[in-house]
Design a protein around this ligand. Sequence first.
Ligand code: PMP
Length: 319
Amino acid sequence: MPSPTIPEARSETLWFDGDFIPWDQARVHVLSHALHYGTSVFEGIRCYATANGPAISRLEEHVRRFLHSAKIIRMPLPYTLDELGRACSEAVAVNEMGECYIRPIAFRGAGEMGVLPKNCPTHVAIGVWPWGAYLGEEGLKQGIDTMVSTWTKVAPNTIPAQAKIGGAYVMATVAKIEAVEAGCAEAILLDSDGRVAEGTGENIFVVYQGRIITPPLSNSILGGITRRSVMQLAVERGYEVVEQAVSRELLYMADELFFSGTAAEVTPIRTVDRLPVGTGKPGPITLRLQEDFFDIVKGRVDDRHRWLTPVAPAGAAVD
Ligand code: PMP
């Protein structure tokens, strides 16, 4: 069987059920419950190279959301917040990574077949790999092209939006394929009431007449951790930030639009449905917040919010 390698972007080892094992040996059984019914939860975390070594951005919040995701789908997780946080740091250190992406995943393994997960043990793995700008280096600078998806974000009383559940990303995947086939970098999904929800893996912000508007959690969005960071940075800059339902047409009227996300960071949007956003170039507020965000996570300024967790070198004593 060919090994599931991503050329270049891989690490030597992965953390799997409590131990570090070689990348190629991180296998699952084909009758795993998660493979059939989508019963997995995951996180996406970034580690940045700072002048003082690698540092993980908002580690505790990510691990807490991971635990909540598992609880929401009633999947027992046999590790604590501290244990998982430490395992994430160790995965970076053991693989001698600098700037990288960290992907914890928990899933129901093989047990009795059927929807009811009977005797399906929870497995937990953490992979790390170098991952550049998710929507492209050019996208970070020039902005990206987007379309409003023909797919609708799953309604909140179907698959919960607050949990990062593997199965829910089938909708995200088809929306993303549709967008890419239409020549766009990303899709914007509306919720079941036709309001703007989010991207397939990003939250969305609208700048309109000097105010910064982002959909509330009740519009079927994930409570993004980068979303919270951006809101905080915007308030610190003196901008008015409101969580408010966003109509589709506001996307076309907006002065600026941008996505936030761990993978996407702060990415300007330059077109929606082929219409230019504002001038068609990333706007000043977007660029200001993007710079403020990178200044903190890359350790260029004081980490005044304590967002960064420094990664101790492998083998270093941890108190
Ligand atoms: N929405 C969705 C659907 C996502 O998958 C993500 C990525 N985790 C986000 C928003 C952004 O969240 P965060 O800033 O916590 O990465």
